[in-house]
Design a protein around this ligand. Sequence first.
Ligand code: UD1
Ligand code: UDP
Length: 356
Amino acid sequence: MRVLTVVGARPQFIKAAPLSLALRQAGHQEFLLHTGQHYDYGMSQVFFDELGLPEANINLDVRSGDHGQQTGQMLIQIETVLQAQKPDCVIVFGDTNSTLAGALAAVKLHIPVAHIESGLRSFNRQMPEEHNRILTDHCADLLFCPTQTAVENLHREGLADGIHLVGDPMLDAVLMFSKVAQKKSQIIETLGLQKGNYLLATIHRAYNTDTPQALSALLSALQALNETVILPIHPRTRKKIADFGLLDTGKPSKLRLIDPLSYLDMLVMEQNSRMILTDSGGVQKEAYFFAVPCLTLRPETEWLETLENGWNTIVGLNAEKIHHHIRYATRPNQSPRPAFGNGQSAQEIVKIISSK
Ligand code: UD1
Ligand code: UDP
């Protein structure tokens, strides 16, 4: 079978790693299309170098832009590649502009679309990701859901065919790479940290970064914690901090901004942090997989399972809530429930694709 996989943004390289391996092991031919949505070394190539993902067969080098411009450029170019490659199936991941462009290009050419991480909903129409997910799910022929909640979301929208509960390929990736990360990564030593004695934060959601009010509220809340907070900074956030002239106060603070981390370094940083503060979907889940308490810097989450027993708490931009949880929250006494499958979702997905 000839499969064309569309990737473009950081979390998609990570999700593609176990899947690409499973496709090869099953004897399928994979054509890897990189849209070029992410292009800095630390946002793209590092994951290919570290995770054994084959080099992309083509990189469209679309780069950054407004939604219409970026998605439109991808759509035009993906269509041309699909017409030349004529794959039997197109695989897309998650909810980025690359996901939507891949799904839309394929469905118009009557090529079956497989959507991995299908059925996630925030019910927040302010998020570009929410439009991308809904539209992609409604284009897809195979809807691979990571959780039962995702299956139910699809049913509620009247979707019934092609839905498969397969677990989460991000858990596959964590299980595949955690051991090697522990062996190889020197990040704790490099940053001069002590295990369990720092907080890890990530911020990149448009609604948290794109207004000076939201971004400065978040950064001030992190600065005020008076605890070491490591913030591997997404390029979007770095740019906005510069544009808005934030963090130029010269005030001493234990907030440390560092470049984006490689996946192996990130896994080690997550596993050893006292608590994680994030607006990332993937990082919320990884916190749960590692049983590290998480505060979600958003008004809601798609990953409802992570909220069970208090492993993840929604705090939005509320500095008081953030402080309260960092100071007083106790570790949940029940282990996280295995709600994201058994780490074999890539094999499961490939089995189902192969049977079509
Ligand atoms: C995108 C996805 C988001 C996902 C995130 C993962 C959409 C609408 N958003 O958000 O769902 O959670 O990726 O990280 O698809 N930039 C660089 N170098 C890069 C990439 C980006 O400098 O390699 C900067 C540019 O200034 C760009 C900005 O980051 O304008 C935003 O990049 P973009 O890909 O549009 O969205 P993300 O915020 O990365
Ligand atoms: N990640 C990483 N380095 C970083 C920050 C995140 O490798 O500096 C990984 C993280 O471990 C997770 C994925 O990137 O696997 C999450 O991607 P991101 O937060 O960019 O997007 P989202 O999951 O919110 O779509």
